[in-house]
Write a protein that binds this ligand. Structure first.
Ligand code: PAF
Length: 287
């Protein structure tokens, strides 16, 4: 069934209809991009739509709050669902179709087939604190890839570990889909845009940009050749003093999340709780 009204992107919920529309575009020789989301769209998502539009003739945005990537004590029920506003925003952003499957369309077999992400990629950083999270992400993204069959898909670099895993998913399974990363969109004070920022109180929101400031200082420190372990201790103390509860702060290879290697891309990644919000951020470290 398709939902359409002026200014809004049509929302498709039926797999046959999705396939028929995409087939028409393909028959006309058009290139199709997919932007997977869980809805509650903000400027960060719309920047992904914009990037997708620059690389393809047609853009599909999927909206599905994926139960398999939430742990038992996580915010699946509370996760903000704002479909009407999302469709309006997508209409303005020039998205051609919103793919909004029901749970039974995404997971026809309850407890069905799941992707097992290799331990080296899945059990570190966020995966260490969110067991099974990346299996859930990879499983839903593989389903989305099969449903939409896009030429390319665009993901935000804010979820850097997710992006790396999805690049490997496409490569390891020889999927004919390009996986593109897009730079993190930030608020005026540097805070990375995220749907979970709305869990922050006003006073927490005022402290949250410290996460990005610490990363910027660490990049400068590393470029100046300073010792990583003392840089890290200083940053962790600053975060804790401001009331954040850091889970990890890591300097690693941007290719496989292993130890940083001289001459190849490196990344700083951080995760910290602030009140009810679990915030993540990352920055590249130029070799
Ligand atoms: O990044 C997200 O919003 C989700 O993890 C994704 C990629 C849409 C899969 O549910």
């Amino acid at each position: 069934m398709t939902e359409q009204s002026p200014g809004k992107t049509p929302a498709v919920t039926c797999l046959d209809e999705l396939r028929a529309r995409v087939r028409c575009w393909r028959d006309a020789g058009e290139r199709v991009a997919l932007v997977p989301t869980m809805g509650n769209l903000h400027a960060g998502h719309l920047a992904l739509v914009d990037a997708a539009r620059r690389q393809a003739d047609r853009v599909v945005v999927s909206i599905f709050v994926n139960p398999t990537q939430f742990g038992p004590n996580e915010d699946f029920d509370a996760y903000p669902r704002t479909l009407e506003q999302d469709l309006q925003a997508l209409g303005q952003a020039g998205c051609d179709m919103a793919w909004c499957p029901e749970r039974q369309v995404m997971y026809p077999l309850d407890g069905g087939f799941m992707v097992k992400v290799p331990a080296g990629l899945a059990d570190t950083l966020c995966g260490r604190y969110r067991p099974g999270h990346f299996d859930g992400v990879a499983s839903v993204v593989l389903r989305l890839f099969n449903q939409v069959q896009p030429d390319l898909a665009v993901f935000g670099e804010k979820d850097f570990q997710q992006l790396l895993i999805l690049r490997w998913l496409a490569r390891d399974l020889s999927l004919p889909i390009e996986v593109h990363g897009h730079p993190t969109q930030r608020d005026h004070d540097g805070l990375a845009l995220s749907s979970r920022n709305q869990y922050l109180s006003d006073s927490e929101r005022a402290k949250a940009p410290l996460l990005h400031r610490c990363l910027c200082d660490l990049v400068e420190g590393l470029k100046a050749g300073r010792d990583w372990s003392s840089l890290k201790d200083t940053a962790l103390s600053a975060l804790e003093k401001a009331g954040l509860k850091p889970q990890y702060l890591v300097w690693c290879s941007a290719e496989d999340l292993g130890p940083p290697r001289p001459g190849s891309p490196q990344r700083l990644l951080v995760a910290a709780w602030l009140g009810k919000a679990r915030l993540i951020d990352n920055l590249p470290v130029d070799p």
